[in-house]
Design a protein around this ligand. Structure first.
Ligand SMILES: [Zn+2]
Length: 440
C-alpha cells in the first residue's frame, strides 16, 4: 500500500506539472514575416549563392534573428552557425599530344579530382572513340562516373556536346569528401584515328576547401518525458546568386525559393519561443547548399540520431497562392507516413487546409532537403504552395518579393504552427517512413 500510495503521490505531483504548462499567448508575427523575407531577398544578399559573400551575410543575419528570439544553439554546438567543410577541385592546366601533335587547349576537357594526370598509351587507360555517327548518350556513365581512367576522342561534329560540358564544368563542383573519384576522364575533340594513337595526356589541378554553414537554433522540450524527442522546422537559405542579366537585373533574389521557407522557420521559432510550452524539443534550421546538391541537410542529418527525430517540417516556396486557392498548401510524400493526415486533422474547423502534393510526377518529395532524413525513416515532408509546373519565376532573376502574397504566406505559416501543435505537444507521433516506400 505504502509503495503504491507513494507512487500515486509522485505521479500526481510530476505528471500534471508537465501537462499543465500553460501556453503564453502567441501569434505568428506578420511584421517578422515581412521583415525577414525582405531582408533575405534584398539585392544586397546577392542571391545568397553558397560560398559567396551574400550567403555569409544571410547566415549571420539568421543567427542574429535566432539570438534575438532567444533560441539556444543545438546541444553541444558552440553557436548558431553549424560550419563544415566542402571541397572543390579546379583544373589548372591540361596538355594533350596525339601522335606527336599538340591539341589546342580549348579542345581538351579534363574531368578529374586527382592532383595531376600523366597518361600515355602504355598506361592502363581505357580509350573511347566516338565518331560522327556514334551516340554519346550510352556512354555517359563511363564519362561521368569512370571506373577506370578514360580518354575519350570525340569527333569534332560533336562539338556542341563538348561545349555544353565545358560550360558545365567551368564552375567546379563542391563535394563533401576531401578526395573525389580515383579515376578521371579526359575528353579531346579530335577525329577518330585510323589506328589506336600514341598519346601523352597531362593535367594538373588545385583543390580548395570551403566552409559551408547551416544556421540552427534550439528550444529544449519542457516535458522530461518528451524532451529527448526532436521536431525539426527547416528551409534552405541558399539560392542561385548572380545569373545572366534580364532587363538589367542579374540577381536571383530567391524570394520564394527559399527565402519564404527560411522566413517561416524564423517566424515559427519566434512563435514557439513565445508560447513557451513545447513538450518536445524543437530544432530550427536554415540549410545551406540545397540548390547545389543538398550538402547542408546531409551534414545536419549526420549530426543527429534519426531515431530521436519525431518529424521534420521542411518548408519550400510558400510565397505564392497554391493551385487549391488562398489558405491552402500541400504536403509532399503524403502517402509515405501519416504526417499529412495528422496535420490536416489539426486544421479541421479553420479556414485553412492542407492537400496532398498535386504534382507527384515532379518528384518534389525527393527534390528538397526533407529527403535526406526521410531516407533514414524520419517522417520528413516538405510543405509548399508553389504551382511548379507553371511557375515562370522559378529559378529566374524575377523571383522577387513583389511577386509574393505575403498575407497568404503569413496564413500558411500560422497554419503550419497550428498543424504542428499535437506533434510539438507530444500528443501526436507520426508514423515512420518505411524504407520500401523510399527511392534510393
Ligand atoms: Zn528551393
Amino acid at each position: 500500500m505504502y509503495k503504491n500510495l507513494l507512487m500515486s503521490v509522485l505521479l500526481a505531483a510530476s505528471l500534471p506539472a508537465a501537462a499543465q504548462r500553460h501556453a503564453k499567448k502567441a501569434e505568428v508575427s506578420a511584421a517578422t514575416v515581412e521583415r525577414v523575407l525582405t531582408t533575405l531577398a534584398a539585392d544586397d544578399m546577392q542571391g545568397r549563392a553558397t560560398g559567396q559573400p551574400g550567403s555569409l551575410k544571410a547566415a549571420e543575419f539568421l543567427a542574429s534573428e535566432f539570438q534575438r528570439i532567444g533560441l539556444q544553439p543545438l546541444p553541444g554546438a558552440p553557436g548558431f552557425l553549424q560550419e563544415f567543410p566542402a571541397y572543390q577541385t579546379a583544373v589548372t592546366s591540361t596538355s594533350v599530344l596525339l601522335d606527336g601533335v599538340a591539341v589546342p587547349a580549348g579542345q581538351v576537357l579534363a574531368l578529374t579530382t586527382q592532383p595531376s594526370l600523366n597518361w600515355t598509351e602504355k598506361d592502363e587507360v581505357a580509350l573511347l572513340v566516338l565518331g560522327p555517327q556514334d551516340k554519346v548518350q550510352p556512354h555517359l556513365g563511363e564519362i561521368f562516373r569512370p571506373t577506370k581512367n578514360t580518354l575519350v576522342l570525340l569527333d569534332p561534329s560533336q562539338t556542341a556536346f563538348f561545349k555544353s560540358l565545358a560550360e558545365r564544368y567551368a564552375r567546379p563542383r563542391l563535394r563533401a569528401e576531401p578526395t573525389g573519384n580515383a579515376y578521371s576522364t579526359v575528353l579531346v575533340l579530335a577525329p577518330a584515328p585510323a589506328s589506336p594513337p600514341a598519346y601523352r595526356v597531362a593535367a594538373t589541378t588545385a583543390t580548395t576547401t570551403q566552409t559551408l554553414r547551416n544556421v540552427a537554433g534550439y528550444l529544449p522540450g519542457h516535458d522530461p518525458a518528451h524532451a529527448a524527442e526532436k521536431v525539426i522546422f527547416s528551409g534552405h537559405y541558399d539560392h542561385l546568386g548572380i545569373l545572366k542579366a534580364v532587363a538589367g537585373d542579374s540577381i536571383a533574389n530567391g524570394a520564394d525559393d527559399d527565402a519564404s521557407g527560411t522566413t517561416a522557420v524564423v517566424a515559427l521559432a519566434e512563435y514557439f519561443k513565445k508560447r513557451d510550452d513545447n513538450a518536445r524539443s524543437l530544432a530550427f534550421v536554415a540549410f545551406t547548399a540545397e540548390e547545389i546538391g543538398g550538402f547542408g541537410a546531409r551534414y545536419f542529418s549526420q549530426q543527429l540520431k534519426p531515431e530521436e527525430l519525431t518529424a521534420m517540417f521542411n518548408i519550400e516556396m510558400i510565397g505564392k497562392e497554391a493551385k487549391f486557392g488562398p489558405n491552402t498548401a500541400f504536403i509532399t510524400g503524403y502517402d509515405k507516413s501519416d504526417f499529412g493526415r495528422l496535420l490536416q486533422a489539426n486544421l479541421a474547423g479553420t479556414r485553412f487546409r492542407f492537400e496532398p502534393d498535386p504534382y507527384p510526377e515532379q518528384n518534389l518529395f525527393y527534390r528538397s532537403d526533407n529527403a535526406t532524413l526521410a531516407r533514414l525513416g524520419v517522417p520528413a515532408h516538405t510543405i509548399s504552395t508553389d504551382q511548379i509546373p507553371t511557375d515562370k519565376l522559378y529559378h529566374s532573376v524575377d523571383d522577387e518579393v513583389s511577386s509574393l502574397d505575403v498575407k497568404n504566406m503569413t496564413a500558411v505559416i500560422s497554419a503550419i504552427a497550428r498543424s504542428a501543435s499535437g506533434i510539438v505537444a507530444g500528443r501526436q507521433t507520426p508514423t515512420r517512413v518505411a524504407p520500401e516506400k523510399i527511392e534510393k
